[in-house]
Design a protein around this ligand. Structure first.
Ligand SMILES: [Zn+2]
Length: 314
């Protein structure tokens, strides 16, 4: 484990914020989040080194859903990806688009039509391999010409980055003068975090190394030469499921039980029937109310995500 400074302001001054185990299980380490005393960023400290961190990105992290996760879940994923495309098209309807941290490339596949030239950057070997299998134009570095892109997207990838300042400076360089940056990250000041703390689905330690609030995200964007055009806190893709899975995490013996089955292609340990029964009961009770709660939270800027459109400052 390495001791690190604040990723935004480089300060070493911090105070304890929260401690939690990895949701993956099978690991006995407790991870600590601290809050920067100077800029307020919540970040993982100490942090696993590159070799230790690689254990938390196994092959199945990027794999397609298991047979149990096909059918309806795949249709839901396709719908969420369609919503991402709609978000992009609010500001730009054609051009060159770069998805930074594109995972297995689902979003890039959805953007492939005659209006868009698609590019991706993915640093994990397994994610990159899946993208190349799909014949996507994806690489592991930001070696693109200056001002090359009309749109750059960061769909829940910046919270995984150890150096978001460097990433945003790279983005600023490759984004055209009237280009748009879309950033979506979990909101550490959300009602979901306030209610569930270490049970919060989007805490995801130690993979999420930086935990942004609306203020720290704005500060980071300003520091790297961007200004925010619009902020929202509702995501149908992330908020209701994040809330329901967080409630389940309080009651099921297995952490992220449903997520592991549906998305991660993992065989959860423990008592399958007990975990499934509790999960189904919570789903039955909260599936509809979760959408309403999340919508109300977002009205008060307490939604589970922060989604911003930004452009370069002069
Ligand atoms: Zn700081």
């Amino acid at each position: 484990m390495d001791r690190v400074r604040c990723a935004i302001c480089s300060s070493e001054n911090s105070e304890p914020f929260c401690s939690a185990e990895s949701p993956d299980g099978n690991f006995t380490v407790i991870f600590n989040l601290v809050k920067c005393a100077d800029c307020g960023l919540v970040y993982l400290n100490p942090r696993p080194d590159i070799k230790e961190m690689s254990r938390f990105y196994p092959e199945e992290y990027y794999k397609k859903p298991s047979p149990a996760g096909k059918g309806i879940p795949n249709a839901i994923i396709a719908f969420f990806i369609y919503l991402r495309k709609k978000r992009v098209c609010k500001y730009k309807t054609s051009g060159k688009i770069l998805d930074l941290g594109c995972g297995s490339g689902g979003f890039l596949v959805s953007m492939q039509d005659r209006n868009w030239e698609t590019f991706g950057v993915e640093t994990s070997e397994s994610g990159l391999r899946l993208c190349l299998e799909k014949k996507l134009n994806v690489r592991g570095d930001m070696n693109f010409p200056d001002g090359y892109f009309d749109v750059v997207t960061l769909w829940h990838s910046m919270e995984h980055m150890e150096n978001p300042v460097s990433a945003l400076r790279d983005i600023r360089r490759v984004l055209s003068g009237d280009g748009i940056l879309l950033v979506s990250v979990p909101n550490i000041e959300s009602m979901e975090y306030r209610l569930f703390k270490r049970f919060w689905f989007h805490l995801d330690l130690p993979r999420h190394v930086c935990h942004f609030s609306p203020a720290t995200l704005e500060n980071l964007l300003k520091k790297t030469g961007f200004k925010i055009l619009k902020t929202s806190h509702y995501s149908m893709e992330y908020n209701p499921y994040g809330l329901i899975q967080s409630i389940m995490n309080v009651f099921t013996p297995e952490f992220n039980f449903l997520y592991k089955i549906m998305k991660r292609n993992q065989s959860p340990g423990g008592n399958f029937i007990l975990n499934a029964a509790i999960s189904l009961a919570i789903m039955g009770i909260f599936a509809v109310p979760a959408f309403c709660f999340c919508y109300v939270f977002s009205l008060f800027k307490l939604g589970g995500v922060i989604h911003v459109y930004a452009e370069k400052t002069d």
